[in-house]
Ligand binder design. Structure first.
Ligand code: CA
Length: 227
């Protein structure tokens, strides 16, 4: 389970990270609003622990933008003792739970476990674009009435494109997030291009509106209509 901790107070961030790591979570710490926002957008996490008072981009802004972009990762917000309005605003903007500072670590860990166990509403496990639908639980992909026969890699690739739909996805992002090979002597560009071609043949068949677009020299974008 990957957890993103967005917290600018160095000491608290360290304490949170070690407590979560001790429970065997894979923890990434962001110390500014900008970094937290960037990571939450570009990477996939199972949970975000989000402080609201951050330098740069505030926690509320981050939360709101993530939800607007249909990133439905559970978010646990951390608020100041007197920040009642923040708490309400946070829940309104899509936070799943909150903790008021200062809190005891066992309480934080209990909330984290509960959020991860609760999972998400079933439609969050589905990704859609036009008549293309991916079910992340059954690992089935459907375009219109047609069930797509995808390899595991093609499924992951399509999932990644769908999670970032409307946004440009570079080959570097795919190498890092889908192939999990950020640093290689030889870039994966050719491998990626071949996989994209195969995937496109299955997804964008004749007669169906094109969804997977190549942006020359840059990467790919999944969207309805031309990019
Ligand atoms: Ca803070």
């Amino acid at each position: 389970m990957r957890v993103l901790v967005v917290e600018d107070e160095r000491k608290l961030a360290q304490v949170l990270a070690s407590a979560l790591q001790a429970e065997h979570y894979d923890v990434v710490v962001a110390r500014t609003g900008e970094d937290g926002f960037f990571r939450a957008n570009a990477e996939v996490f199972d949970l975000v622990v989000l402080d609201l008072m951050l330098p740069g981009r505030s926690g509320l802004e981050i939360l709101q933008t993530l939800r607007q972009r249909h990133i439905e990762t559970p978010v646990l917000i951390l608020t100041a003792r007197d920040g009642v309005d923040d708490r309400v605003l946070g829940l309104d903007r899509g936070a799943d739970d909150y903790l008021v500072k200062p809190f005891a670590l066992p309480e934080l860990l209990a909330r984290v476990r509960a959020l991860l166990r609760r999972g998400r509403p079933s439609d969050v496990f589905r990704l859609k674009a036009a008549d293309l639908e991916l079910d992340l639980v059954t690992r089935r992909a459907v375009r219109g009435e047609r069930s797509l026969d995808l390899t595991a890699r093609e499924f992951e690739l399509l999932e990644y494109l769908l999670r970032h739909q409307g946004h440009l996805v570079s080959r570097e992002m795919l190498a890092r997030e889908v192939w999990k090979e950020p640093r290689r002597a030889t870039p994966l560009d050719n491998v990626i291009d071949v996989q994209i071609t195969r995937l496109r043949k299955k997804v964008d068949t004749e007669g169906a509106a094109r969804l997977i677009h190549t942006v020359r020299g840059v990467g790919f974008v999944l969207r309805e209509g031309e990019p």
